[in-house]
Design a protein around this ligand. Structure first.
Ligand code: SF4
Length: 374
């Protein structure tokens, strides 16, 4: 493993990287003006998201929230609704809180100092460095998985990349190679190069940095970076009921803190250990709801953090003659609401509930339900 680049190699890599970026950079919407707000949103959205999908979400977000003030003034419901599908909803909540803080403390303009940005909710070291370098052209380097991969190969770092000493070496060398006055392009070039050339399957034959790449010289590029032992996916089973009453469907609101906070979902259990239906019915009974099983609706698979969820859904019927007000009385103290069966799209829902809502309401039953006056 190399611990550092020679002066000539450092100069050569920086220059080659910037030349490559000049020719190959993708035309992305936040690259038109490099407005700090747009750069910030793009960086938060692109964490854990494919570029194409990120661009679609970014454009939709900007047409609804053109500036920080509009984010600050929106309801959390709206913010979550526009974030829905990107996952990691804590990011959306932090973004909302940070926008409010920017309006309160900085007159609605994102500040350009490390201290002020770091004090905003949810802005970690990576996002702060990304905003400072890309939006404000300050001499810092955001280190994401792409940058880690590129440096682990250039230097042939054979120890886990997120731990010391590897993490420190990457940070130090990435900063050392930063050409004065080119922070914006250099940061983006590194990330773009890691995404398009030095990806999981590196394209070494067309790589402009190959002559300086130690892992490539040793034939070890596919073994770099060395990662920590992969976290195993934990299987989880949940159970939920779709309960209709007078053309409206019953939804529960999740607690504000914790997974999918404040989002709306079909009543049910996040985890069942035995028979999903039996446990679901017993939970509803405990809440005073007597239901009958009308039909199993199948299951939806969904991955989140290190969990692989299988969510089972059932169509449940209420005692005949019960009106929405009767049910609301029984559910006193449980945050819930009845929503027109064709309006669930207006509320923020966890992805597995959204999938089932679309499957059940939007595609198959629209006509059927109207005919039956559900
Ligand atoms: S030679 Fe291959 S491994 Fe090395 S930087 Fe280029 S693409 Fe990455």
């Amino acid at each position: 493993m190399k611990k550092t680049f020679s002066f000539d190699a450092a100069q050569g890599i920086s220059a080659a990287l910037l030349r490559w970026f000049d020719v190959h950079k993708r035309p992305l919407p936040w690259r038109e003006r490099y407005a700090p707000y747009e750069v910030w949103i793009s960086e938060v959205m692109l964490q854990q998201t494919q570029m194409e999908r990120g661009v679609t979400y970014f454009q939709r977000w900007m047409s609804r929230f053109p500036d920080i003030r509009s984010v600050a003034e929106a309801t959390e419901e709206e913010i979550l609704r526009h974030w829905e599908g990107l996952g990691y909803y804590r990011r959306a909540r932090f973004l909302h809180q940070a926008a409010k803080a920017v309006v309160e403390k900085h007159g609605g303009e994102l500040p350009g100092s490390k201290d002020a940005l770091s004090a905003l909710p949810g802005l970690g070291a990576y996002t702060v460095d990304a905003v400072l370098s890309i939006a404000f052209e300050q001499n810092v380097v955001p280190v994401d998985a792409n940058v880690e991969r590129v440096f682990s190969r250039l230097l042939d770092i054979g120890s886990p990349i997120r731990k010391k000493p590897a993490a420190d070496i990457v940070k130090r060398e990435a900063l050392r190679l930063l050409p004065e006055g080119h922070a914006r392009d250099y940061a983006q070039a590194l990330m773009e190069f890691g995404a398009l050339v030095c990806g999981k399957s590196p394209r070494c034959t067309e790589c402009p940095l190959a002559e300086w790449c130690e892992a490539h010289r040793l034939g070890l590029e596919r073994e770099r970076p060395v990662k920590d032992a992969a976290a195993t996916m934990v299987p989880v089973t949940s159970a939920h009921g779709i309960i209709l009453c007078q053309k409206h469907v019953l939804l529960f609101q999740r607690p504000a803190s914790g997974l999918w906070g404040n989002m709306w979902e079909f009543p049910g259990l996040d985890r069942v250990s035995g028979d999903p239906l039996a446990e679901l019915l017993s939970m509803l009974q405990e809440r005073g709801l007597k239901v009958e099983v009308l039909a199993p609706l199948g299951s939806v698979s969904h991955g989140y953090t290190n969990h692989r969820l299988t969510a089972h859904f059932f169509r449940l019927g209420l005692d005949e003659g019960l009106a929405m007000q009767d049910i609301s009385k029984k559910l006193d103290g449980i945050p819930h609401r009845f929503v027109r069966w064709d309006s669930t799209g207006e509320l923020a829902m966890p992805a597995h509930h959204r999938k089932m809502a679309e499957r059940y309401f939007m595609r198959k039953v629209r006509v059927y339900a109207e005919q039956l006056h559900l």
